[in-house]
Design a binder for this molecule. Sequence first.
Ligand code: DPP
Ligand code: ZN
Length: 875
Amino acid sequence: APLIRLADYQPPAWSVSDVDLEFDLAIERSEVRARLVLQAGPDPQAPLRFNGEGLELLEILLDGEPLPAGRYRHEHELLTIEGVRHGQVLETRVALAPAANTALEGLYLSGRRETGFLLTQCEAEGFRHITFFPDRPDVQARYTVTLRADRERFPVLLAGGNPAGHGELENGRHWARFVDPYPRPSYLFALVAGRLERISQDYRTADGRDVALHIWAEADVIDRCDYAMDALVRSMRWDEQVYGRNYDLDVFHVVATHDFNMGAMENKGLNIFNAKYLLADPDSSTDEEYLHVEAVVAHEYFHNWSGNRVTCRDWFQLSLKEGFTVFRDQSFSADMNSASLKRIQDVSTLRRAQFSEDAGPLSHPVRPAQYREINNFYTATVYEKGAELVRMLAGRVGPQAFRQGTDLYFERNDGRAATIEDFVGALGEASGIDLSPYLAWYGQAGTPRLQARGNYDPANGRYVLELAQSTAPTPDQPHKKALPIPVRLSLFNADGQAQRLRLADSEQDLGTETVLELTDQRQRFEFTGLSQPPIPSLLRGFSAPVVLDADYAPDQLAILLRHDPDGFNRWEAGQQLALMAYDRLYRGEDASAALQAWTEALADLFAQPDLDPGLLAELLSPPSETELAERQVDIDPEHIHHLRHQLNDAIAARIGLPPLLARYQALAAASTSALDASSQLRRRLKQVLLGLLSRLDAKVAIPLAQAQYATAPAMTDRLAALTVLLNTGAAEAGPALADYRRRYADNALAMDKWFAVQARVPGAAALARIEALAADPAFSLKNPNRVMSLLGIFARANASGFHRADGKGYAFVSHQLQVLDALNPQVAARLATALNGWRRLESGRREAAHAMLRELAARPQLSRNLAEIVNRILE
Ligand code: DPP
Ligand code: ZN
């Protein structure tokens, strides 16, 4: 596949202003007639070249006249026609085979042939699997869509836009038409046809438009859509209030499917969701899943402005809509729940998913410079790091200017395909601040390391903080520039009180918190008027996506852990202490100073009755194995797994069995299935406590877990109990798994969790279990959720199980990848990213992984998706 470069961007040679589509839908074979009004680009003599993949061309006409065979070429996934003129109408008729489409891109079948429904997925380049078109986001056209199908088999017909008529046809068929008044790119096209039920609600926008909201799902799950409707209404209000954005059509449809490559899709007026992010009920969904539903419903809704009304000029700008929209959904969730917990979770995700991506050969900038397969760039870097960049910009300009800047951005770019410069430029203009230095963040890959060294001079009460930055080389970028890094900070004294801040050479009292902006490689900041040596609380709220290297002493961090009123930095101080202990344990050194400072502070916090249970749960959780593995080279994942256990053991031992048990039992006695925030946070704490108890004394914990499983009022408790039974190797795990399976055999999302909880069980025994599960009749390589629940969890979240010293984990996954790739290249490529870190493994595992990757790369039939990932990982 050719390399596509940002530097080569050209506007389209031929564009389309109006699209009229007619579908004759059937499961095995559907037909699509397209009438396209052509628009000349800069050179009207240029040949027309439209994309089209896997299309059976039945008919082609220009201005109503059939085109003779010599007038056009259909080869290499392109339709080429010479000598077309501005304003001419190109008409094609093609046939598609939805039921045979296992890649789930374009038009495909969800569910079984007899009962399932048809739907589409077009982002990024699925529309070319439906009809011939200049399938790129800078071609924006007005769409009229007519659907025809058998009424009995396809009672519901939906497409994006407003309804524009429906009626009966002969032979039991019917039709429905939709017109979208807003020009839009082809990746936002969508249709749905089949047997679906709905729930509905009326909504009036702040600017007075009446909108009918409909959530559609198959009959057996329609009663699990109420929470999504609630989240949708809250999202719509929030976007009106916080960004001044109103919905703009008369209807808004949301549809759930069990067969979906991504999380969800923001098609104009017809969002389509992976059921995992739409359905929720207490009996089968965890609290965490409720939060995901709320966040993803909001995310897709927010795209209506940040993505649909203003879209991307090209796919290099993907973070323009994704980074911004993730930032928007994070802010929404923070407003709906606990803001500091949300920040802790988002930063944990960033570190686990994005920092690790950035530390291996798949590292790329938030705005990549090149790709072969765009579907491989829906990454943590584009999404999560992209959101961090928007957060930095928002922090830099302040809330008022940020709102003025986004207003300006939406107004100026409405109906356009924009670039990252348009976004940053609008914020800069509204704030009067030159933000252009921040553009470097979009082009430079890698996680910057921020070094902080403080020096206190008691003679004159001065404190000098020296900040320095560096970024290690990444593929294609050997030399890194200095980036602007906002460092939000406070200075505490030994009693945990925040000191007033005053910079040398300035009279200004900065209060107890300020933001320093590091713009050079290295800078000194001097504070005056400090009567005691200060303890800096740095990067408060995680003010920049960097790795902090500060020379804290353990007792300084313990003071921050006990006293920092910034919930995020309090948690961060604990994480830093855990990492300090871990680094020493890893090197076989004495870790007692760090361990003691950390666990003593935690034990004291544990004893405080009024500490927020959600924050306590996070404080009691050491960094993930992925984060720990980032800190060393030549790693042995099994060793890291055991070291993390030692961290948990140290917490449990310091708090002690009686207090842990008493707190657990108090929480267990008050268990309910209530979904309010405080019930959720208490469940979360209970889950962490059960885990600690299981480390301290399995004989005590196993009966507790067994009882919790048996009496759980909701899925969160049931799954937590099952996890402990499995991870302790308890004999009771078997009956609990069998019970769970009986109970949820017909609930696909609950069965995904049945696979996932087993795929997570660590250690050498994991592979045999995974192999047995892959042969289970309930497992299928055709369903992305099932694949990710078993193989995705095993390869990406069970390092000690997957990275076996004998390489058998790699051999197993390699075999699965080859079968999967022939069915669904997008999902295969995502699974393969699990090998991104292979070079940092110890030599035995490294050799085994390398051999597996080389063998995979040499296979002739690899998809473009998988080939790109494997080759980049090998480079
Ligand atoms: N654009 C989708 C989303 O992130 C992904 N296909 O919302
Ligand atoms: Zn998105």
